[in-house]
Design a binder for this molecule. Structure first.
Ligand code: PEP
Ligand code: MG
Length: 876
């Protein structure tokens, strides 16, 4: 059967949004429930995907069907394109499956030409209106369809207003507008080299193509990536008979929300303009009046509108965002959709709707976009100040929140300036473990290099600190404490503002406001917990992180990166002594200094988790990350070890690796230096014994995790060290303590041989940062440099380090789960890569049947909600 590409509004309904887009489906639904909707038809999203498949062409079949529907529309409306008696004018608007406000194109008043405008002027007795429509159409068509910049037309309008001595568009007369239309057409011809098209059907096809094309415009591409909207969906096009809000003072146009989109309060919110068309409200050409004033201007239409609002809310059971027009006092509905809202409003609306008996708890849970919760947990920029701010550059939104402060270029400066009472933003080429204290002191962190799983990103997320990483446009000169961005030189002490959610970088100061958590947050989270199956743990390396995570609902620690416990100033010295030791005795002596510190950290983690599971991962990063780089520190180490500075330099040089990510790290460190694994085992087991003794009511079962395993014998080598050491500790304490030994699954070979490894491992935890890195062969710290080109070329749509690649990496995970469970029924499996806090990845983990996801503390609520949504969706 021939595919159908066009649907009259009477042929569709709200469930057809995949095909008709949100706008088309809702126009059909409003038509079905008898609301006043100017009639028309929708060209489906499949026509858009076909347009791209056909090399950006509308093929003959689709073209013929559009013409057939134009004829149907003419019949329904009793008007005809280009008719001298009763001409049909239409709007042409985009409408994707998921709403993308302002991202794509709209054209109004299509169907006008010299003849039609004269007919309209005569028949209506309102030439001003007719010419206003015409000049608007030429302007929009030129801009949207032919891509002649808007500014040329705006300049002509400004010149006309100046000539006439008026300030507002509405003060221009019919003759002025007629003259403007002539000027616009001349401008069009000058820019395009052809006359402005007069055939309405030709105009329509031009407009439809423009809407299809706008699906691929740069702002739509960025919006889609930020909002997880696949490129493959395409947009629909809605062709709708015009209703005119610009016919005179008994006409107008407006947009309104049934509840306040900022606070969620139940009251009609919106704006209205008399004698205007939709784009005047959106573009801010004139200042609209609050919707309440519409009641005075158009009492009848307002009454009808408020009743429509109630009907729509009751029907959709959600806050609606509507566009409407009043033509000669009569109301027309042009759009309705579930309105975009702040996270605060989203929570309030969801709870209120449950209390009003409109929706169930499950519906309320499904209604909240988990990604929005970020804004509740971190400081945000003042919304008004942000509107006025200019974006100076963009990096990756690596850790959400907003930060504003003076630029510093080193961790030491960050600490020192903070001690003086300054707020600072730490700007670095890239961060390293040594920068941790500076990162803590800063309001936010901006790096030139690094992706979503780079050191800065991971550590910042753990701290809940704003971070923008990988802004390659920055031209950095760390030595001279300055950098260039967008043609401006920034020096130490200059103000900068960064947004860790969008990745935007702003010049100067934008005030921030602190996060506020409302009571509704707790209610929604409680409902989420009721319905989710996946457990949610946290990635926490410090007792403070662990406490925060528990407050935010974590049910255990899924990853403690123990290397992060060595960076404090007093510990790193001992650790460096260990690295630079000449023999096992020296190494053990250094490790003995560290052991009590590690033990007390682990005790605090077990305390914070109150008997919930705690996974402690053994040391992972390459050793060169720990060695000193500053002259003074090298000297300090030399003195402590009775060595010369040159000796230390030789050791440091010997640690150099060409490819440290694939080098001497993870379990390879335990294979070469078993003493490290021994020390860490002792610290874990001693801490567990202590906390178990202090809290007999808890069941403390430490999970000792071996990183970067790719082979069973490698795992067994480390496991033996752990078991021998742990059993000896337990024996000598005379206590009965259970512990588990498991492994990260982060090397493709581990996935491929998971059945072997599972014979000995008691648990698996997917380290999808490394697994992504090694599956793609993309360095996790460098991928940011070229991923942009991959998005542009549509090779990948999103950052695989942020959103799990379900097709490739996901397949390896599935294989590892199946193979692992085939040889070890009791095997429990989680994920602790950064994907553990990404909603679509959490849904995938739910489907995979993992036991838990683990993520940084501030993403725990996001994961809880996403896990609940996955379970609810599955049960529906
Ligand atoms: C991982 O690789 O996914 C992981 C959690 O470990 P890390 O980020 O510390 O390498
Ligand atoms: Mg890893």
């Amino acid at each position: 059967m021939k595919k159908k590409y066009c649907y009259l509004f009477t042929e569709g309904n709200a469930n057809m949004r995949e095909l008709l887009g949100g706008k088309g489906a809702n126009l059909a639904e409003m038509t079905n429930i008898g609301l006043p909707v100017p009639q028309g038809f929708t060209i489906s999203t499949e026509a858009c995907t076909q347009y791209y498949e056909d090399g950006r062409k509308i093929n003959d079949d689709i073209m013929a069907e559009i013409m057939e529907y134009v004829a149907k529309m003419e019949e329904i409306t009793g008007k005809k394109f280009g008719d001298r008696e009763n001409p049909l004018l239409v709007s042409v608007r985009s409408g994707a499956r998921a709403s993308m406000p302002g991202m794509m194109d709209t054209i109004l008043n299509l169907g006008l030409n010299e003849d039609v405008v004269e007919v309209m002027a005569k028949k209506s007795g309102n030439p001003r209106w007719a010419w206003d429509c015409y000049r608007r159409f030429i302007q929009m068509y030129s801009d949207v369809v032919m891509e002649v910049g808007k500014k040329y037309f705006e300049q002509l309008i400004d010149a006309m207003k100046e000539k006439k001595g008026v300030t507002q568009d509405v003060e221009l007369s019919a003759d002025d507008l007629k003259e403007l239309a002539t000027q616009f057409k001349a401008e069009y011809k000058a820019k395009i080299g052809e006359d402005f098209p007069t055939d309405p059907k030709e105009q329509l096809i031009g407009a439809v193509k423009a809407v299809f094309r706008s699906w691929d415009n740069p702002r739509a591409n960025v919006y889609r990536r930020d909002n997880d909207i696949p490129y493959s969906w395409g947009t629909a096009v809605n062709v709708q008979m015009m209703a005119f809000g610009n016919m005179g003072d008994d006409c107008g146009t407006g947009v309104a929300f049934t509840r306040d989109p900022a606070t969620g309060e139940k009251k009609l919110m919106g704006e209205f303009l008399t004698n205007a068309q939709g784009e005047d409200v959106v573009a801010g050409v004139r200042t609209p009046m609050p919707i309440s004033q519409m009641a005075e201007k158009f009492p009848e239409a307002f009454k009808q509108f408020t009743s429509v609002c109630k009907i729509l809310e009751d029907h959709y059971r959600d806050m609606q965002d509507m566009e409407f027009t009043v033509e000669n006092q009569k109301l027309y509905m042009l759009q309705t959709r579930n309105g975009k809202r702040t996270a605060k409003a989203a929570l309030k609306i969801a709870c209120d709707l449950v209390d009003e008996g409109m929706i169930s708890e499950k519906d309320a849970v499904l209604m909240i976009d988990p990604r929005n919760l970020d804004t509740l947990l971190h400081p945000q920029f003042d919304a008004n100040a942000l509107k006025k701010a200019e974006v100076a550059g963009r990096g990756l939104g690596a850790s959400p929140g907003a930060a504003c402060g003076k630029i510093v270029f080193s961790a030491e400066d960050a600490k020192a300036w903070k001690a003086k009472g300054e707020k600072v933003v730490l700007v670095r080429l890239e961060t390293s473990p040594e920068d941790i204290e500076g990162m803590k002191a800063a309001e936010g962190i901006l790096t030139v290099r690094g992706g979503m799983t780079s050191h800065a990103a991971v550590v910042a997320r753990g701290m809940g600190k704003c971070c923008v990483s990988g802004c390659g446009d920055i031209n950095m000169d760390e030595d001279n404490k300055k950098f260039e961005l967008a043609g401006k030189t920034y020096r130490e002490g200059d103000y900068i503002s960064i947004d860790g959610s969008t990745g935007n970088i702003y010049d100067g100061i934008i005030p921030t406001s602190d996060a506020t958590i409302s009571g509704e947050f707790g209610r929604i989270m409680a409902w989420a917990d009721k319905y989710r199956v996946l457990k949610v743990r946290t990635n926490a390396d410090t007792p403070a992180d662990a406490k925060k995570a528990v407050e935010l609902g974590a049910e255990g620690i899924g990853l403690c990166r123990t290397e992060h416990m060595f960076f404090e100033a007093d510990r790193i010295a001992a650790f460096r002594e260990m690295i630079c030791a000449d023999n096992v005795e020296q190494r053990e002596a250094a490790l003995d200094k560290i052991l009590p510190m590690q033990q007390s950290d682990f005790e605090a983690l077990f305390e914070a988790m109150q008997g919930n599971p705690v996974t402690i991962r053994f040391l992972d990063p390459p050793l060169h990350e720990f060695v000193p780089t500053e002259e003074a520190e090298i000297e300090l180490l030399a003195n402590a070890q009775g060595k010369t500075v040159d000796d230390i330099r030789v050791i440091i040089a010997s640690l150099h690796e060409f490819n440290p990510m694939l080098g001497h790290r993870g379990c390879r460190l335990s294979v070469t230096y078993p003493e490290i694994a021994k020390m860490q085992t002792r610290a874990v087991i001693r801490a567990a014994i202590k906390v178990q003794n202090d809290h007999p009511e808890w069941k403390v079962v430490p999970e000792i995790e071996v990183p970067l395993v790719g082979e069973l014998r490698e795992f067994n080598t480390v496991k033996k060290i752990v078991v021998d050491t742990a059993d000896e500790e337990i024996r000598s304490a005379g206590i009965n303590l259970k512990y588990e030994v498991g492994t990260m699954i982060e090397i493709p070979r581990a996935c491929l041989t998971a059945d072997e490894i599972a014979k000995e491992a008691e648990f698996f935890c997917f380290g999808t940062n490394d697994l992504t890195q090694m599956t793609f062969g993309f360095s996790r710290d460098d991928a940011g440099k070229f991923l942009g080109a991959y998005y542009d070329a549509k090779i990948y749509e999103s950052d695989p380090f942020a959103k799990l690649d379900q097709i490739g990496v996901g397949r390896l995970m599935k294989m590892a789960c199946e193979l692992g469970k085939s040889t070890n029924k009791a095997l429990h499996i989680g994920i602790c890569g950064e994907h553990g806090g990404d909603p679509s990845s959490v849904e995938f983990c739910h489907k995979l049947g993992l036991e838990y996801v683990s993520c940084s503390p501030f993403r725990v609520p996001i994961a809880r909600l996403a896990a609940a949504q996955a379970a609810i969706k599955e049960s529906k």
